[in-house]
Design a protein around this ligand. Structure first.
Ligand SMILES: Nc1ncnc2c1ncn2[C@@H]1O[C@H](COP(=O)(O)OP(=O)(O)OP(=O)(O)O)[C@@H](O)[C@H]1O
Length: 637
């Protein structure tokens, strides 16, 4: 035991140190949240013990009245938050309070700007947790003892929130954790009973365990003999799990503060949906949409999923099985009456009830989103900006809800020509031209390349709208979506152009064009042999000389670039070069008798078509020297 008793000083992990520093400086203006965080942790610790006791009742040590206790001491300028939850061993204390185990911490810290306002929002998404104690405390002492272990295994962790903490053994008779904050002079308001009560009411009403404070003593009437005060505690919060209460009795404020408990998000939620389901399956769900994407949304191991309760007993955090991947940003609680209390992650994967709940909850979220999309104001735009790219994964993952998800998608289109993705497919369909059967789109590396793609020229001329796609996931999305409202989605850079809207007259003109340019096309095909699949004359261009088209079943240019960048093998296919015989450059080319010059010009036109779609040249140096040669010849003549 002596090793345990000895006081030892250890350094914080670098990330923990950085975070501590940031926390103290950026959250000062909202410092009362430390109480919410510590009570939230205490309540989580109680939930964990309640769960562990299901299989080992002895952990309760005969004391099953769970509570959090808050004591203030004005004279000593301290506030103490104690719980009779699971507690921590010495190793756990070091692990939990000295390091930050969250995935993506380093990436998060790299994102910091030094701008206090922005950083405080970021840290809010990261989750402030235990360290928020240092916003108001100059010193923090944590006394903990793990449930089921003896009093002698108690341990004290202490720190000034600078670079190190100390740890030593100290007996603790009762299980759980007690955290004492030695308040900074300017934070002494948190040693005041009245102030602390109001903060608890504000943030912790919904916590399902009672938060107890000493009952205020009635004022002594004059002349009365002062009796020794009896220490009596009373619950300050409502102490019923919020989701078990009827919707009509819960205020928006309560919903919002419960959100910060389940999500550790500093900001308010965008919206929520609270439902009690009865019948074959019985469960309650309370689902929230956050306002901002979490910093780790693109990390493989981001924390996701709902808090799972079975008959009001907490079972686990991050139960991922209740929602698909593309809805990984949804936070909340699901409380089931059908699952066994001893349910584990493995069992969840096999339970039929879970599958049905997952389907129902997915629909619930999609409905919540359609409602949000129909609502006045820019909430949906805000949602789309943060989570649009994740929603675009939906049609591939969730075939059954493809049509529903498709309605929720938003795009940039030639209708607005603006980069904001704010047009729905329904909007597009309502604007379709008479006789137009397909929904057209162009995919490019970025918005500007998409917007000025040569492929759009004929569409612009005819006033046919085209979706402008430039997110990495777009090609993938279109491959899975394939159609909307019975209308096929057509990549304008793929296959032969067939605009059903063309008139007979136009068709005849195109045929004439083809005939007249046969010789030119043949000569070009010879020059570019091995580089292109085919050369053909096109009517899709008005201003540009040429463009590249991919075969009907070949990989799109954007998908090809993404796969190449990821080091994946890409099938060898060659593009089709389509030329505009009416363009002065091609007319000049047609008249060119010098075969060498023809070859140079032909190659330049092909290379330029590659550049215009955002592609890279195979041999840029040759392109430059050919172009320079021609420029010099021009200057001589
Ligand atoms: N009162 C407590 N009793 C038992 N363990 C606790 C207590 N407070 C904190 N811990 C442990 O310390 C860990 C770190 O706490 P901290 O509040 O910093 O992060 P968190 O709760 O995991 O997440 P967040 O930062 O999002 O709040 C917790 O995960 C928990 O294991």
């Amino acid at each position: 035991m002596t090793a345990e008793v000895k006081k030892e000083t250890l350094g914080f992990q670098t990330e923990a140190k950085q975070l501590l520093h940031l926390m103290i400086h950026s959250l000062y203006s909202n410092r009362e949240i430390f109480l919410r965080e510590l009570i939230s942790n205490a309540s989580d610790a109680i939930d964990k013990l309640r769960f562990a006791a299901l299989s080992d009742e002895s952990l309760l040590e005969g004391q099953g009245d769970f509570q959090v206790q808050v004591d203030v001491d004005k004279e000593a300028n301290t506030i103490t938050i104690s719980d009779n939850g699971i507690g921590m061993t010495r190793d756990e204390v070091i692990e939990n309070l000295g390091t930050i185990a969250k995935s993506g911490t380093a990436a998060f810290l790299e994102n910091l700007t030094g701008d206090q306002k922005k950083d405080s929002q970021l840290i809010g998404q990261f989750g402030v947790g235990f360290y928020s104690a240092f916003i108001v405390a100059e010193r923090v002492e944590v006394h903990s003892r793990k449930a089921g272990q003896d009093a002698a295994s108690g341990v004290v962790w202490e720190s000034r929130g600078e670079s190190e903490f100390s740890i030593e053994g100290r007996e603790k008779a009762s299980r759980g954790t007690s955290i004492t904050l030695f308040l900074k002079e300017e934070a002494k308001e948190f040693a005041d009973d009245f102030r602390v009560r109001s903060v608890i009411k504000k943030y912790s009403d919904h916590i399902s365990v009672p938060v107890m404070m000493l009952k205020p003593q009635p004022p002594q009437a004059e002349g009365e003999e002062a009796e020794a005060p009896v220490a009596e505690y009373e619950a300050v919060n409502e102490a019923t799990a919020l989701w078990t209460r009827p919707r009509t009795e819960i205020s928006d404020e309560e919903y919002k503060s419960f959100y910060s408990h389940v999500s550790h998000d500093f900001e308010e939620p965008l919206t929520w949906s609270h439902n009690k389901v009865e019948g074959k399956l019985e469960y309650t769900s309370l689902l929230y949409l956050p306002k901002r994407a979490p910093f780790d949304m693109w990390h493989r191991d981001m924390t996701r999923g709902l808090k799972l309760y079975v008959q009001r007993t907490f079972i686990m955090d991050e139960a991922e099985q209740f929602l698909p991947m593309y809805l990984r940003f949804v936070k909340g609680v699901v409380d089931s009456n059908d699952l066994p209390l001893n349910v584990s992650r493995e069992i969840l994967q096999q339970e039929g009830a879970v599958e049905s709940m997952r389907n129902a909850l997915t629909k619930r979220v999609l409905d919540m989103l359609s409602k949000l999309a129909k609502k006045e104001g820019d909430d949906y735009a805000l949602f789309w900006k943060e989570f649009g790219q994740v929603m675009k994964e939906g049609p591939a993952e969730d075939f059954a809800n493809k049509e529903k998800i498709a309605k929720l998608l938003r795009f940039s289109t030639t209708h607005t020509d603006a980069p904001e993705q704010d047009q729905s497919l329904e909007d597009y369909v309502s604007r379709m031209k008479e006789g137009q059967e397909k929904i057209y789109y162009v995919v490019a590396e970025n918005f500007n390349t998409a917007k000025s793609s040569p492929h759009l020229e004929v569409f612009r001329k005819k006033g046919i709208e085209v979706l402008l796609l430039s997110d990495r996931v777009d090609d993938w999305l279109m491959n899975h979506l394939q159609e909307f409202d019975g209308k096929a989605l057509q990549d304008v850079a793929r296959g032969a152009l067939d605009l059903a809207a063309d008139s007979e007259e136009e068709k005849a003109e195109q045929e004439k064009l083809q005939k007249e340019s046969e010789g030119l096309v043949e000569r070009l095909a010879k020059v570019l042999e091995g580089q292109v699949e085919e050369v053909r004359a096109t009517a899709r261009l008005t201003d540009s000389a040429a463009c590249l088209v991919v075969g009907e079943h070949d990989l799109g240019a954007q998908m090809r670039r993404i796969m190449e960048a990821a080091g994946q093998p890409v099938p060898e296919t060659k593009p089709i070069l389509e030329v505009n015989p009416n363009h002065p450059l091609l007319q000049m080319l047609d008249k060119e008798a010098d075969e060498d010059r023809f070859a140079d010009l032909g190659s330049i036109i092909f290379d330029q078509a590659t550049l215009a779609e955002g592609g890279q040249l195979n041999d840029p140096a040759s392109y430059v020297s050919r172009l320079n040669k021609i420029l010099l010849e021009m200057s001589k003549s």
